[in-house]
Write a protein that binds this ligand. Structure first.
Ligand code: AMP
Length: 404
């Protein structure tokens, strides 16, 4: 199924001027290839206008398209119908979201055969994600071999995390042999939102310390000092850290041994339990914060417990990252829950006046679509809601490399 939204303008236009190495072409196609879906957005980087976006779902499933190649052809046909064909000379480059860059990729990177081979080597670190990303890149290269293709890594922004925060306290030789360390994810969002938060405050990002709380179906926190990430809640995989829609976040690793030895569960069963049947879903049977809010209103105790566990974990990370940063200038909420749930925001920060955090309940309750402050005037720590835009961030990185 393809669903192309109407043409909309993105929030800020940075006046990118001429198109240097792209021969005047200014469009960028952003592809986010998942295991069973391909999300796409076409942007005109002259003015940063969103031309079209859509998603092809149920790849390889009944009623869906056969594979990623077919999905991209369908997206391409959809765009063509709207007069935005991928054969257009206006298309300058394709940007791909790639989940795991390991320690090899710390920056957006132009895809070559060598780069693709390196990304393939990282599959053991992200067996659910990188293969689909790789397929997306291959198919797009076949479709337009003449175009610059850029890989933008979800881990890259976190590559600056110091060893003290990135290392697990396990045998170093074992860790190094298997690439076990904290990589972090959602990096494109954390980079975009921390910069947008500094902009909202009217301050130089290099001078601002921000805690970013990316609360979507997946959720992660990061501590950003002067534009540089110094800690994040996700680890080797996106399972660590905050309570998420279906993922447990932090647990005692001995839970796994216990489930194996006492529960008789297999590694795959435990993997599925912790990634797909835990988090909010595991606690109350629902992973959508809207439904949890409704059920709490009806006095549902499981929903209340799920909310409380979710919020408790969030507060722990706010406290921890306050200590990591020493001085916090702003806390930014983003993604589906962070942008929309006033209840989560207020519960997470309630009673933290001693940390300089004062949320204004009226500002918090007002719905809006743009970046906005929800802290009280004079709050030493600014609290903000800053909508994320990973596609725009990927498009900017891609266009910059295509023009270089
Ligand atoms: P994302 O992964 O960023 O798309 O976020 C998806 C999640 O955002 C959903 O699973 C919901 O739990 C949550 N969400 C979306 N809209 C709302 C809303 N109006 N209120 C509370 N939660 C919301």
């Amino acid at each position: 199924m393809t669903d192309a939204t109407d043409t909309t303008d993105t929030t800020d236009a940075s006046g990118t001027g001429g198109a240097g190495g792209t021969g005047g072409a200014t469009w960028v196609l952003v592809l986010n290839s998942g295991s069973s879906s391909v999300k796409y957005q076409l942007l005109d980087m002259a003015g940063e206008r969103r031309l079209a976006s859509g998603v092809v779902e149920r790849i390889g499933e009944e009623g869906g398209v056969a594979d990623h190649a077919e999905a991209l052809r369908q997206a391409s046909a959809e765009l063509k119908e709207r007069g935005l064909g991928l054969d257009s000379p206006a298309l300058a480059a394709v940007g791909h979201r790639v989940v795991h860059g390991g320690t090899r990729f710390t920056e957006p990177t132009v895809v070559t055969d060598e780069v693709l081979a390196e990304i393939e080597k990282l599959v053991p670190l992200a067996p659910l994600h990188n293969p689909a990303n790789i397929t997306g890149i291959k198919v797009a290269r076949e479709l337009r071999p003449d175009l610059t293709q850029v890989a933008v890594f979800d881990t890259a922004f976190h590559s600056t995390i110091p060893e003290a925060a990135a290392r697990y306290a396990i045998d170093t030789s074992v860790a190094d042999r298997f690439g076990i360390r904290r990589y972090g994810f959602h990096g494109t969002s954390h980079a975009y939102v921390s910069a947008a938060t500094a902009a909202l405050l009217g301050r130089d990002p290099a001078q601002v310390n921000v805690i970013v709380l990316h609360l979507g179906n997946g959720a992660s926190a990061s501590a950003v000092r002067g534009g540089v990430c110094v800690d994040t809640s996700m680890g080797l995989t996106p399972l660590e850290g905050l309570v998420m829609g279906t993922r447990s976040g932090d647990i005692d690793p001995a839970v796994v041994f216990h489930l194996e030895r006492v529960g008789g569960m297999s590694t795959d069963e435990i993997d599925t339990l912790l990634n797909k049947r835990s988090g909010l879903l595991g606690l109350c049977g629902a992973n959508d914060m809207r439904e949890i809010g409704r059920r709490m209103g009806e006095g549902d105790e499981a929903a209340r417990l799920a909310f409380d566990v979710y919020v408790h974990r969030l507060r722990r990370y706010v406290g921890a990252f306050t200590a990591v940063l020493g001085r916090v200038d702003a806390i930014a909420f983003t993604a589906g829950v962070g942008e929309n749930s006033a209840a989560v925001r207020v519960a997470a920060l309630d009673g933290l006046e001693a940390l300089g955090i004062h949320v204004d309940p009226v500002r918090n309750a007002v719905r809006g679509s743009g970046p906005r402050l929800i802290s009280a005037d004079g709050s030493p720590v600014a609290v903000a809601v800053v909508p994320t835009d990973e596609e725009l961030a990927i498009a900017r990185d891609t266009y910059a490399l295509a023009r270089a």
